[in-house]
Design a protein around this ligand. Structure first.
Ligand code: COA
Ligand code: AMP
Length: 638
């Protein structure tokens, strides 16, 4: 049943009286103690939602539904073609496992406010681990399995977890990736030493356990179940690290109260899902999409969530997503455009989809990167359902622009656009001086404060960085880091990052971080890393390096060493595979590398020659070098 309210009225109400609007949404959830101050500002002036309120997110995701008639409904369906496993957990079963695991963690000393780092692939035990932390009021930090030990160590040092929970390994297609040695290496590198490592052994790879420190996950599941601990609404639920513009990742904090209210609202208004219906998000629990729409969103709403361990292709084929829809009667699916492009590449005529009954599906939602109109049309024609591109970031934790199919009178989606502002988000397109630009003009995408519930209140233990990175450029606004424009009909188009962040297969990476790794090579004098257009992954990073005088290393050997260094330090997910050796980098006369110009050059855009450039010929040399090495699909098309 749709809420009897129109998009326009709902949106207007959310901006006219944010506190009142979200207080009304909060009534949909069970509170141990209601908040009488829906919106407030803390001592830093940062906005906080539902101060004084108390609740428990795991209770809302599990106990509440068990107590309200959903005990026997599937909560989590685990489907893993890579391990040949399919398993369903009802709400009662998921609650039992989670409550026991929470009991086991408590016996290890994990308590309110302690951090727990989770390094696991998409597997039910990972979801239990997240919910068990939430049950205790401990703060989880899930780290994507594709990150290398160095990245893991950086996160361990920042979050200082009491325990690490990991799997013995994961599967990448048919390749076993042992995780435990990566955790051991990370712990050896990290300055902070967690007290315990909880290891979930998998059939295909057994991890060695270190006496005293390492504990078997199954042993914790034998503990007596513990009840959910009510926590303040403003208490952190999790930290999710994301790439900033430097080598140091940003610890995005999510609170309990605002998160629950926002996600519950989104499940109704954006995804139009009723309790008991089925959502499948083809993402990873290590990304914000996974946290919000594999785990918390569907469970808060009493839906069934499909947890898929595999890839959109070759596990075993490009029909795997369509099989999931048919087998589990999926009503709403969510994935990244890159996954659709991967499917389209292997099955361009969509023949595999024709093998399945997809009639349960109502919508396909896409996010994580700009959805090119080709992919949009291809998916829509294949599935015969509306495709909804929607825009969000790790920082927001839920969509900021969308076509809200759960509300009435919503303008239909338009290819290329991420839609209209979601209630609570006053989205503005600003020029460099912070002034709104006219319709059709590209500018910086900003959101007027306060951000709605669910958005990050700050960065983990770094209020100063939160302020500097997001709030200082335009006082009164959150700066998203994306560029875009709004058309005369109010549709917003997100065109890509305007900073040193790139988007590789829906994964966010910092070019600055890759540059730090390249610059540490003994032969490299200076470097720049660019995101170059890639037909499958959207963008891939490419390094342009200038050698120190007297260096004789061959270009091929250097490329191999640099590629290896990025793989070792960030991980294979960076897809860093190409390096161009240049004589110089384009700079201003004062010596600053002209990164924006390089980005435009990489994208094949026309750009005015910067007035401050010291030597315009360098750009031609770099363009020729990239073309010679066949780097960048963009060069063929522009
Ligand atoms: N653990 C270990 N390694 C991982 C990993 C993980 N969890 N995830 C990726 N990798 C490795 C891959 O094995 C690959 O290694 P290789 O260079 O040795 O082959 C490398 O990282 C690059 O991975 P990826 O970009 O995923 O390439 P792919 O060919 O394996 O798959 C896609 C390509 C498009 C199918 C895949 O990226 C995909 O499904 N993307 C969707 C992204 C998504 O869901 N994003 C979430 C935001 S909504
Ligand atoms: P992440 O924090 O990893 O979710 O990445 C967020 C970034 O992905 C945004 O800043 C955008 O650059 C990009 N992004 C996400 N969704 C979209 C979308 N629908 N359209 C365009 N870009 C998007």
């Amino acid at each position: 049943m749709k809420p009897a309210c129109s998009y326009a009225a709902t949106y207007a109400a959310s901006l006219a009286n944010p506190a009142g609007f979200w207080a009304a949404q909060a009534h949909h959830l069970h509170w141990d103690k209601p908040s009488h101050e829906p919106l407030s500002q803390d001592e830093n002036g940062f906005y906080r939602w539902f101060k004084g309120g108390e609740l428990n997110t795991a209770y809302l995701c599990l106990d509440y539904h068990v107590a309200n008639g959903r005990a026997d409904q599937p909560a989590l369906i685990y489907d893993s073609p890579v391990t040949n496993t399919q398993r369903t957990y009802t709400y009662a079963e998921l609650l039992d496992h989670t409550a026991r695991l929470a009991g086991g963690l408590r016996e290890l000393g994990v308590a309110l406010g302690d951090r727990v780092l989770i390094y696991m692939p998409n597997m039910p035990e990972a979801v239990m681990a997240m919910l068990a932390c939430a049950r205790l009021g401990a703060v989880h930090s899930v780290v994507f399995g594709g990150f290398a030990p160095h990245e893991l160590a950086v996160r361990i040092d920042d979050a200082q977890p009491r325990a690490v929970i990991c799997a013995s390994g994961g599967m990448e297609f048919d390749r076993v990736i042992p995780y435990k040695p990566l955790v051991d290496e990370a712990l050896a590198k990290a300055r902070f030493k967690p007290a315990h490592v909880v290891v979930c052994q998998r059939d295909f790879v057994t991890a060695d356990l270190q006496t005293g420190r390492d504990i078997d996950f199954q042993a914790l599941l034998q503990a007596a179940p513990v009840p959910a601990v009510p926590v303040p609404a403003t208490h952190p639920l999790y930290i999710l690290y994301t790439s900033g513009t430097t080598g140091r990742p940003k610890g995005v904090v999510r609170d309990n109260g605002g998160h629950a209210v926002a996600l519950h609202f989104s499940m109704r208004a954006i995804y139009a899902l009723e309790p008991g219906e089925v959502m499948f998000s083809g993402s990873d629990i290590g990304w914000a999409v996974g946290s919000s729409y594999i785990v918390y969103g569907p469970l808060l709403r009493g839906c069934t969530t499909v947890l898929f361990e595999g890839k959109p292709v070759r596990t075993p084929d490009a029909g795997t997503f369509w099989r999931l829809i048919a087998q589990y009667n999926v009503n709403v699916m969510f994935t990244a455009p890159t996954a659709i492009r991967a499917i389209k590449k292997e099955d361009p005529d969509g023949l595999l989809a024709k093998k399945y009954d997809l009639s349960s599906l109502r919508y396909l939602f896409l996010a994580g990167e700009r959805c090119d109109p080709d992919t949009y049309h291809w998916a829509g024609q294949l599935l015969g359902v509306p495709v909804v591109d929607h825009w969000w970031q790790t920082e927001s934790g839920w969509p900021m622009l969308a076509t809200l199919v759960g509300l009435e009178c919503m303008p239909a989606a338009r290819p290329g656009s991420a839609g209209h502002p979601v209630p609570g988000y006053d989205i503005q397109i600003l020029d460099e001086a912070g002034q709104p630009v006219p319709a059709g003009t590209t500018g910086l995408v900003a959101v007027k404060l306060p951000l709605p519930p669910g958005c990050f209140p700050t960065l983990w233990h770094d209020d100063a960085r939160f302020r500097e990175s997001y709030l200082e450029t335009f006082p009164g606004y959150y700066l998203s880091g994306d560029g875009g424009y709004r058309d005369a009909d109010g549709y917003t188009y997100i065109m890509g990052r305007v900073d040193d962040v790139i988007n590789v297969a829906g994964h966010r990476l910092s070019t600055g971080e890759i540059e730090e790794i390249l610059a540490a090579h003994h032969a490299v004098a200076e470097c720049a890393v660019l995101g170059i257009a890639d037909a499958l992954r959207g963008q891939v990073p490419v390094g342009i390096v200038v050698l120190k005088d007297g260096q004789t290393i061959g270009a091929e050997a250097l490329e191999q060493e640099l590629v290896g260094a990025v793989r070792n330090q960030i991980g294979a997910l960076a897809c860093f595979r190409q390096v161009l050796v240049a004589k110089r980098l384009p700079k201003t006369r004062s010596g600053k590398i002209l990164r924006k110009t390089l980005r435009q050059l990489a994208d094949g855009e026309d750009f005015p020659m910067p007035a401050t450039i010291d030597d315009p010929l360098i750009l031609d040399e770099i363009r020729a070098g990239l073309q010679r090495q066949g780097i960048g699909a963009a060069f063929e098309t522009h």
